[in-house]
Design a protein around this ligand. Structure first.
Ligand code: SAH
Length: 463
């Protein structure tokens, strides 16, 4: 081990920062977060340090650094662009055994500053021993996705109950199981979704039950998986994917996303290809409630956002009726995903002030839509499930008064490596559809904004 990791209590301790530029300011911010008493030595101060000085947050010695300036500091950081001064600060600090960090010069340091994930009171520090700050930053970004922002709140809540749990759970093993169930179970989830009071009540009750085995409590997570690219999942979706016992998914959810599930989770496919639902919706609703009632954590994974043409509402109605706890995690809906990856802004100050999402799903082979609302000027129209009815759609829009020249785009398998886009006019699109093999899922975008695709397209899928 090249460096020994420590967490240093700097509360109200005198610390010195040599240098007054932006880098020094960043170090001052860090020290300030640790409630240190910071003195800055520098003949000049950048704007943010000047602001701190005016606010009385730091002390300032307005001059170049000299050996005599080193008094009883507990930590010194040198962040000047003057190599001589940096070396001088380092030498004197080493002589006096004061921990010293010289920014970007590991050879002059007695300690290095790690990349920090701050979820106070939870702190995670990452270091590569100075070998590669970029790698440390990358690791930090990965860890950020693993450690929800509310972990700090959870730690505070657990601290509150710590001694109580110690007296109620004498057996250390049982105590450990108890805390594991808190951290991985519904109580933690309540904290993460902002229901702190319910979490406190549930924790109080659970502690009250003592060492008797606690009955498991199942729940359902209704999660939006986004349009396809796994990178577009939310942090919460990813975390729940890695903790759910059972994952119920349908056709729109890509394999790459399922790969992110916990290795030993049960995966249940419930279909949802057009007109050949593997399971009728009613059965899916009941199934979710049934599994959760067995004490399992069920993750219902849906393409895009569960509340946009996703029947999310119906599924949670059943859960509500059955008294099964649940939470809903929004996802990036296909319209946002397809629009971004196709370089077609859905609204634009010059072309569209509103955007309308409709379903083009054919009922009895006809499209039952409010055409007057659809053809409004300066509006973008997004049609979900519209591939089969695409030609009828073009025809009806023209019949109801939209210009035959209105641009229209068909975005296929948006955001994935298979993404393909056809751009044409309402008049010509039907011919283009006939001439191409089109793969679902496909989203249709109609409106002036579509013309911007030519200029703004940026995503080149790698097949
Ligand atoms: N809840 C989903 C929509 C489900 S309806 C969401 O919010 O995105 C299914 C329709 O969504 C498909 O018929 C298609 O029109 C659209 N869709 C979903 N994913 C898509 C993708 N990657 N590319 C293009 N269209 C997509």
């Amino acid at each position: 081990m090249q460096y020994f990791p420590m967490f240093f209590n700097l509360n109200n301790k005198p610390c010195l920062v040599v240098g007054g530029g932006d880098i020094a300011a960043r170090k001052v911010s860090l020290l300030f977060r640790a409630k240190a008493r910071v003195t800055v030595i520098s003949p000049e101060l950048c704007e943010s340090l000047q602001r701190r000085l005016n606010a009385g947050e730091i002390q300032h010695i307005n001059k170049l650094f000299e050996i005599a300036d080193v008094i009883n500091y507990v930590v010194i950081i040198a962040a000047t662009d003057n190599q001589k001064i940096n070396r001088l600060v380092s030498d004197i600090a080493h002589q006096r055994n004061i921990p010293i960090n010289v920014v970007d010069q590991p050879s002059l340091c007695s300690f290095i500053v790690p990349s920090i994930i701050d979820r106070a009171p939870v702190q995670v520090a990452v270091s590569t021993g100075g070998a590669s700050p970029i790698l440390a930053r990358l690791l930090r970004a990965r860890l950020e996705t693993w450690i929800p922002a509310a972990y700090g709140k959870l730690a505070i809540l657990m601290e509150e109950f710590r001694s109580k749990v110690k007296t109620h759970f004498i057996d250390p093993d049982k105590r450990r199981y108890f805390w594991e169930s808190v951290v991985q179970g519904p109580i933690a989830e309540m904290v993460f979704s902002g229901k702190e009071e319910s979490a406190r009540d549930a924790l109080r009750k659970a502690v009250g039950l003592g060492e008797k085995t606690m009955p498991g409590r199942g729940e359902v997570y209704l999660v939006g998986a986004g349009p396809g690219d796994p990178d577009l999942l939310t942090f919460r979706a990813l975390r729940l994917l890695q903790q759910a016992d059972v994952i119920v998914y349908d056709r729109l959810v890509s394999e790459k996303i399922l790969d992110l599930a916990r290795r030993d989770a049960d995966l249940v496919y419930v279909g949802k290809a057009r007109d050949k639902h593997t399971l009728p919706q009613e059965d899916i609703n009941q199934m979710l409630a049934r599994i959760a009632k067995k004490g399992k954590r069920v993750l219902r994974l849906k393409g895009g956002d569960p509340f946009i043409f996703g029947r999310g509402g119906e599924e949670i109605e059943t859960l509500m009726e059955e008294g099964v706890p649940f939470q809903i995690v929004p996802g990036i809906t296909a319209a946002s995903g397809a629009a971004s990856y196709a370089g077609i802004p859905l609204t634009h100050r010059d072309y569209a002030q509103s955007v309308l999402f409709v379903t083009g799903h054919l009922k009895d082979d006809s499209m039952n839509l409010n055409w007057t609302a659809l053809i409004q000027p300066r509006q973008t129209l997004v049609v979900y499930m519209g591939l089969l009815g695409a030609k009828t759609l073009c025809q009806h829009l023209i019949e109801h008064g939209m210009s035959p020249q209105m641009p229209i785009a068909l975005v296929q398998q948006a955001t994935t490596s298979q993404q393909k886009i056809l751009v044409s006019s309402l008049k010509c699109m039907p011919t283009l559809i006939d001439a191409n093999e089109i793969k679902p899922p496909t989203l249709i975008i109609v409106g002036e904004v579509v013309a911007l695709h030519k200029k703004l397209a940026w995503f080149s899928p790698t097949h």
